[in-house]
Design a protein around this ligand. Sequence first.
Ligand code: TRP
Length: 387
Amino acid sequence: MRSRTPEAAEITGRAGPLLHGGRLGDLVGGQLTRLCDVAALDRADAETYAGLLTRSLGPVAERSLLLPPPSRSFLSDDHTPVEYSLAFLPGSAPTLRVLFEPGCGSEDMAENGRTGLRAVRDMAERWHFDTDHLDRLEDLFFPASAEGPLALWCALELRPGGVPKVKIYLNPAANGRDRSAETVQEALARLGHRKAFAALPDADDMLFVGLDLGDWKAPRVKVYLTHDGLTADEAGTIPAMTPAGGREQMAGFVRTAGGYTAEEDGELPFRRRTLTCHSFTETATGLPSGYTVHVPVRAYVRHDGQARDRAAAVLRSHGMDSAALDRALAAVTPRRLNAGPGLIAYVSLVHQRGHPPRVTVYVSSEAYQVQPPRDVLPAQSAHGAER
Ligand code: TRP
């Protein structure tokens, strides 16, 4: 076993195994408990949700943080199989969500998927929701020879009362990357969204299919696409039906999160891999009801001090204050923000029909590593956030 001194933990800025009893479950349980307070959830809910997260990780929760990550999870840069996010709306405490990979301790993607399915079905039994949509897609996304980079991720939206809303993420490349489009088209069709595939824009890759399971007013099917070298204006104009105001707002958001001006739009250092998410709720029109742009802010900054300022500027421009964001970052780690980039993984803007725009900030657990600060912005390349 590798030994790690307190000094080493200081240098990397990690919260560190020594402060948290040394196990992955204790670290993420503590992070989630403190985040619940930021999201105005009470003590009882915080305990329920921290326990839930730890149990959902299975034996991996007991794993010493002195060991390397349980697998090379694609969920986060340092392979921690957990990531937090805060969804901000003006005038209320942010909503807290936690994303995790139930099968992260598995030997291969097929087993990873089986573990994930079991975890979701356990939750369905406990909270009495049906898994009908998932069941209809099982053979499609869980072949015996499943390929990476994921099999099933689960996100819980942590509501007051101890019963979360459940979302899952599946892998369009499960049958091979060359068959992703086919797999997504078939999945949409099986869920009744026969016209939806045609409404998707051109993209470089299809990264996830997301499903809302359980108690949602209008459960969504979401398709996540990657776009290499997308400019801010392009990000604004992707969904054809967005009104002009919405397009400008989205382009402005991409620039604020990326830290550049309209004049610099299109210049190489600011062309990164951007994710867009297209969500479908009704099946009649085939038109998406929601559009999200995810900016990998960590690819545009030297350290998280800058990323925090970008996220705060985005919040401000949508009429929200950043106090809760600052509290959330402090809840996750005592490290200095200028110790490196990566604590804030993504900043996103959500346009959903019938709702005001929503800002989401994704916060890494950094159980295993803090990236060193960069002297300059990453080299000019279209690939800011490689898989
Ligand atoms: N780590 C992956 C990436 O950076 C997947 C991912 C995790 C992700 N959390 C996310 C993608 C939030 C978009 C938004 O691409």
